[in-house]
Design a protein around this ligand. Structure first.
Ligand code: ATP
Ligand code: MG
Length: 437
């Protein structure tokens, strides 16, 4: 992409309305714009990151054996009356009516809808287990939308649902998501810690929120220092095997959010206690027959008797993650994207756009890197070097490739690593091989 043609309205000034760094940087880097309170448009640069985050989430759900589908955003109120949640949900639900004055709503979540889909199609224990997910926009009319994408009203969520015959099956499904979440967040360069969360009416230990530690997080969190050093599982995880040992490793050390925390256990940890703030990026939750019973989602067991299915739901805040990654990875100059979610891998900076040699070298790099499958944002603008450097640092691409007339005389260009700030003068050939790596 050529920056001269790209729609990326960066700004120098700090927008007054933004209180936290991720919100400020997303506005300044031209990634998002607010359309209404808590409702944002994703401009091209932001959209590329959102799509990358979404793909990582998708890949890890698929690997865990979960099947992607897509449910609508608009739902019928009647469905929610079946579970009793239409009245219970309160003012967070955006209620709408269609031209026939039928009551509809913009989905804040999809338990009712997936349960109704499941019950129509699956009638036998042989149909189980089923793990289904979608990545879809949600609307929650939050009392206090704030911090940009962190607490929006419209936001993108991955929500998955599991259906099992019995508790043992439900635990296996739960464990799949637990492990998939550890892998997902690690791939985005995040340390997300599973913490015991409120488990609702059924009780039990199968409810965890995954939190990224950050000073701007909305929740106070308490955990054992050892959790920060644990290595997340790698690609060799066998989802067909026993995942309980992995889950046990992560749950054997103390970790809880403010609602669930236990001062006595914390006191016992002494110097191993970490008290911090955290951003909730995911929540996994086993809720048994909470929906299957009232909505009559039953399957015939081996003996022919109807059994309500055991369910769980598993959310990831996809749009919130984009902000969480920035909270975790930035400096005074701007964003520092981890390679896995960067909108482009390389920012190509032409220091003298009106110099024929520079332009030609840049065009060659742009074409060759593009052919090699490397995403490049080429700053071909006729602007001062200072402006170009500032914009590149702000947008935070992992690598900057700087081409100027002085170096070029000796056949040299500069490569800068955005994260470490390290600069290297190298030949054009070695720049190519370096950036293709
Ligand atoms: P919170 O306590 O932050 O309101 P929640 O318990 O309502 O979250 P879930 O219903 O479990 O959230 O939703 C799954 C995930 O969706 C959350 O872990 C979070 O990452 C994300 N999420 C929830 N509400 C919002 C929001 N208003 N804006 C952006 N992301 C959100
Ligand atoms: Mg909420």
């Amino acid at each position: 992409m050529r920056l001269s043609a790209y729609f990326v309205p960066t700004m120098k000034e700090t927008p007054a309305e933004a209180q936290i760094v991720s919100h400020r940087l997303m506005l300044r880097a031209g990634m998002i714009r607010q359309m209404s309170a808590g409702i944002y448009a994703w401009l091209p640069l932001g959209h590329r990151v959102l799509r990358k985050v979404e793909s990582i989430v998708r890949e890890e759900q698929d690997r865990a054996g979960c099947q992607e589908m897509l449910m609508p955003t608009v739902q019928s109120a009647d469905l929610w009356r079946e579970s009793g949640r239409y009245d219970a949900y309160g003012p967070e639900m955006l209620r709408i009516s269609d031209r026939h004055e039928r009551e509809m709503l913009y989905g804040p979540t999809n338990e009712e809808m997936i349960t109704s889909i499941f019950r129509e199609e699956c009638r036998s224990y042989r149909d189980l287990p089923k793990l289904l997910y979608h990545i879809q926009w949600k609307f929650r009319d939050e009392v206090r939308p704030r911090f940009g994408l962190m607490r929006g009203r419209e936001f993108l969520m991955k929500d998955a649902y599991s259906f099992d015959m019995n508790f043992e099956g439900a635990r296996k499904s739960y464990n799949r998501f637990f492990v998939a979440y550890l892998k997902t967040f690690a791939r985005m360069g995040l340390k997300a810690i599973p913490m015991k969360a409120a488990s609702g009416p059924i009780g039990g230990d199968m409810s965890h929120e995954f939190l990224v530690l950050a000073d701007t997080g909305e929740s106070a969190v308490f955990c054992h220092r050892g959790l920060l050093a644990l290595e997340p599982p790698g690609d060799d995880v066998d989802y067909g095997g026993d995942l309980q040992p992995i889950v046990d490793t992560w749950t054997s050390l103390y970790a809880a959010t403010d609602e669930e925390h236990d001062p006595a256990q914390e006191a016992a940890l002494g110097g191993d206690l970490v008290k911090a703030r955290g951003i909730e990026v995911g929540h996994i939750f086993y809720f048994g027959t909470k929906y299957s019973k009232p909505m009559r989602a039953v399957v015939a067991g081996p003996d022919g008797q109807d059994i309500p299915v055991e369910m769980g739901s598993y959310g990831i805040g996809v749009s919130r993650l984009v902000a969480a990654i920035i909270e975790a990875s930035h400096d005074d100059a701007g964003i520092i994207w981890p390679e896995s979610v960067a909108p482009f891998r390389v920012g190509l900076v032409n220091l003298k756009a009106d110099d024929a040699g520079c332009a030609q070298a840049c065009e060659t790099f742009y074409a060759n890197l593009g052919r090699a499958g490397v995403d490049v944002l080429y700053d071909d603008r006729d602007a001062r070097a200072g402006i170009k450097f500032a914009d590149m640092d702000l947008m935070g691409l992992p690598w900057q490739l700087v081409v100027g007339p002085r170096g070029l005389k000796n056949g040299l260009v500069e490569i800068k690593n955005r994260a470490t700030g390290e600069r290297q003068e190298v030949t054009m050939e070695s720049a190519m091989s370096h950036l293709m790596g």
